[in-house]
Design a protein around this ligand. Structure first.
Ligand code: PLP
Ligand code: COI
Length: 354
């Protein structure tokens, strides 16, 4: 399918790149593509960034039939633009699509569209260390209809946002509260997808945690509230007695993070033992109490590698590695960002040039 391009005639003023934060600014263009039942996906186009017109009865506004992705474009020291594993993101978008009865997209077309859009808005990619261009693809139901069924029409959109660190603390360890009241996802639900509803379910606990000074919530499984799942915007890893443990994906209630799978590949490559298994919160708390919990970190596109310096559970607080970044978290951060910014050899073939 051809991608039509209409360039803006009034480029926006660039933001203050020394104070970007995360997700506050958007570039000059966006990608759009429509789906109509019987016709498939059509009218792929890049147009000036602008508000979308949407019918008040559009099904997404009522029943949340929506999915999204998150990936980044990186500016290298030698002036190239790299994307990290974009095919994985669009394959995951199609996994989310299947769960929410949204028609799948053509992965190759989506990667091509992403590259064209990033190329066009290349001047927006920040260059300071740790900054990048966050790419947000999403699809939502547009049928003007208030009965509950899958929509017959959809809009696929890609927008771009120059960003710095997701957490204000940057690479300084974050404090995380283990949530034992609200749950985010259950077996048979949508936890393994990237859909807005999962994040809506997380807001109340997140707000409560923020009031107490925590960056995010660590979720327990939705049935027994006993097994560690993931954090609001990242997967989690724990180094216990020299071994790395991360929750397995079998429950279907955890997102299969692309950073998570990259961490596992790097750790295995370094000869570090990694266990993907059920991790009871009691085991984690015991390890945190007796000193065998050596390091903890979260992994995600936005969060990169975020060391966890403090865990709170049931009113108690547990400091990890004296609240400092541990050597393995640091090594993962250095290697992963080294590959993403083109400083380290890409032996796994994870990056692709725009
Ligand atoms: N878990 C959740 C709930 C997320 O929102 C994210 C972010 O995308 C992740 C995990 C990490 O996934 P990825 O590494 O693919 O960004
Ligand atoms: C990401 O890491 O891409 C995310 O989607 C996390 C968050 C901004 C929702």
């Amino acid at each position: 399918m051809e991608i039509k391009i209409v360039q803006t005639t009034s480029p926006k003023k660039k933001p203050d790149y020394s104070n970007l934060g995360f997700g506050n600014y958007f570039t000059d263009h966006m990608f759009l593509m429509n789906y109509t039942e019987g016709r498939g996906w059509h009218d792929a186009r890049i147009v000036p960034y602008a508000p979308l017109e949407i019918d008040p009865a559009a099904m997404v506004l009522h029943y949340a039939q929506e999915i999204f992705e998150g990936l980044k474009a990186y500016h290298t020291a030698d002036g190239r633009t790299l994307l990290f594993r974009p095919w994985d993101n669009y394959e995951r978008l199609n996994i989310s699509a299947e769960r929410l009865c949204i028609p799948p997209i053509d992965v190759e077309l989506a990667v091509t569209a992403t590259k064209k859009l990033v190329e066009l808005d290349k001047s927006w990619i920040p260059t300071a260390p740790g900054t990048s261009l966050y790419i947000r693809p999403f699809i939502f139901a547009t049928d003007p209809h208030v009965g509950v069924h899958a929509s017959h029409t959809y809009l696929f959109v890609i927008i771009l946002s120059p960003v710095s660190a997701y957490y204000a603390s940057g690479l300084n360890p974050v404090s995380i509260m283990i949530e034992n009241h609200d749950v985010r996802a259950v077996r048979g639900g949508m936890g393994y997808t990237k859909t807005g509803g999962n994040y809506a379910a997380s807001l109340r606990a997140g707000e409560r945690a923020a009031k107490e000074g925590f960056s995010q919530v660590l979720w327990l499984d939705g049935v027994e509230r006993r097994y560690i799942e993931e954090v609001g915007a990242m997967n989690v890893f724990f180094k216990i007695n020299g071994k790395v443990v991360t929750p397995s994906l079998d429950s279907g209630s955890i997102l299969s993070g692309i950073t998570r799978r990259s961490c596992i590949a790097l750790l295995k490559d370094w000869g570090v033992e990694v266990e993907e298994r059920l991790l009871p919160v009691d085991e984690l708390i015991e390890a945190a109490s007796n000193g065998s919990l050596e390091e903890a970190w979260g992994s995600g596109t936005a969060a990169v590698i975020s060391p966890i310096g403090l865990l709170a559970y049931d009113g108690e607080r547990y400091t990890i590695n004296k609240g400092e970044i541990g050597p393995l978290s640091q090594r993962l951060y250095d290697q992963l960002t080294g590959i993403q910014w083109g400083r380290e050899p890409d032996k796994f073939g994870w990056v692709t040039e725009v």
